[in-house]
Design a protein around this ligand. Structure first.
Ligand SMILES: Nc1ncnc2c1ncn2[C@@H]1O[C@H](COP(=O)(O)OP(=O)(O)O)[C@@H](O)[C@H]1O
Ligand SMILES: [Mg+2]
Length: 406
């Protein structure tokens, strides 16, 4: 299935709701809204108003006129054949008699899933690709890699919509990497995931000067925030429906929402370094990822902060991991830190350095498409606000602020 199926239930009877939830929850891919969802849903289970059936049918017509892809399942304890005919004429797709039973509900869900798969297969062809960047541990450079790959693609493909999402729920600070003011993010979107639609999502994205659309995590290191199951699949499905490439900084903690992204991603980039404790963790992580049985080539291992003298260690690491390393990002702490301090991607601030060139040259391999040669991208020495100034501005404080040139 391409994505989760969002369901809303509008029934007076609590037993009907419970019975439907119980049957649907035995199947994967259903996300049932709490209360009545007003955002984009794929299916609505609606109870017939037996005193005013015409009222219900009129409501169905109205709903379908604004959301033609919605499917309405009607339920009632009694239904005479004439009313049933009218219900189907108004656009109802399935009728479920009460009390709900598995024998009635399961075949109806199977038919729905077949229709849904046909509808979404066309969308899947056009859907954008997701690249998930996951770090073996904190500090290996995951955020640097995610940011610079995303910006490199955007620089190469100026007209194409590209997105970057910060899924580091333990202190995501990509807003600082891009010098973008963020007031809302993932945590805001997932408060009521059933209401989420592309309008709300678009209004939460922040545009970077390169054209990149950025979705912040919206929480700081000390929030104890857990995303509801299925939330990330829904957000990613929406993001990829209107972006050609979606990059996700997954941080380095393999928790449930990160797993959802890794499962949905087309490419997983595991960022590591060649230091002994990190190599040990890398081996363990690759073993854990192997249990997910992703297609060959979906997981790519990239070594950050690589030095020429590490050649032997590199070979030994490849032997130990039993895999070929897909990329070696040169060690250049000065440029990498300066880029963060200035809130500028390396590919803009230090495009001529070997690290900047690496991103501009290699990004095509990770999105599975050639990108035009932008390795000679002009090194714009853009003046920007100080690091601390940007940090404090995010908290509403000013530190001798000069106007930012972004
Ligand atoms: N190729 C590199 N060479 C040297 N230092 C790097 C490189 N990439 C990133 N860094 C530095 O490593 C530190 C951690 O980077 P960051 O991207 O925040 O890591 P993470 O997201 O994994 O915690 C930063 O100071 C950054 O400047
Ligand atoms: Mg990070």
């Amino acid at each position: 299935m391409a994505r989760l199926i969002a369901v809303s239930i509008d029934c007076r009877s609590e037993e009907v709701r419970q019975a439907f939830e119980e049957i649907a929850s035995c199947r994967q891919h259903y996300l049932i809204a709490k209360g009545q969802a007003t955002g984009a849903v794929d299916m609505l289970l609606l109870e017939l108003d037996s005193f005013r059936p015409q009222h219900t049918f009129e409501r169905v017509r109205q709903l379908l006129s604004t959301a033609p892809d919605l499917e309405v399942f009607l339920t009632a304890s009694h239904m005479d054949p004439q009313l049933l005919l009218e219900a189907f004429r108004s656009g109802v797709k399935e009728f479920l008699p009460q009390p709900l039973t598995r024998q009635d509900v399961e075949p109806a869900l199977t038919r729905f899933e077949e229709r849904f798969a046909c509808k979404t297969s066309g969308m899947e062809l056009q859907a954008g690709k997701v690249v998930a960047v996951f770090g073996v541990r904190g500090g290996v450079g995951t955020s640097t890699v995610a940011t610079n790959l995303a910006v490199s693609v955007q620089q190469a493909r100026r007209q194409e919509p590209i997105a970057l999402m910060d899924l580091d729920l333990y202190g995501g600070d990509l807003g600082l990497f891009l010098d973008l003011p963020v007031s809302q993010g993932l945590t805001h979107l997932t408060r009521d995931i059933s209401r989420l639609d592309d309008t709300i999502l678009r209004s939460t994205l922040v545009r970077h000067s390169s054209g990149l659309q950025f979705l912040a995590s919206g929480c700081d290191a000390y929030d104890d925030w857990k995303l509801a199951p299925g939330s990330m699949m829904r957000i990613l499905a929406l993001l990829r429906s209107f972006h050609r490439h979606v990059f996700v900084d997954c941080g380095h903690i393999l928790e449930a929402s990160v797993r959802e992204v890794l499962d949905s991603a087309d490419q997983i980039i595991v960022v590591t370094t060649l230091s002994l404790p990190v190599i040990r963790r890398t081996k363990r992580l690759l073993d854990v990822l192997a249990e997910a049985r992703y297609p060959v080539g979906k997981v790519a291992l990239v070594v950050n902060r690589y030095e020429q003298e590490q050649q032997d260690l590199l070979q030994e690491t490849e032997t130990l991991m039993n895999c070929k390393i897909s990329g070696l990002i040169p060690n250049d702490y000065g440029s990498a830190s300066e880029a963060i301090q200035h809130g500028k991607p390396l590919t803009m601030l230090a495009a001529k350095t070997s690290i900047g060139q690496w991103y501009l040259r290699e990004v095509g391999r990770f999105i599975g498409e050639p990108v035009q040669d932008i390795a000679s991208y002009a090194n714009g020495q853009v003046r920007s606000q100080s690091f601390l100034g940007r940090c404090f501005a995010n908290f509403g404080m000013e530190v001798g602020r000069k106007p930012s040139a972004v």
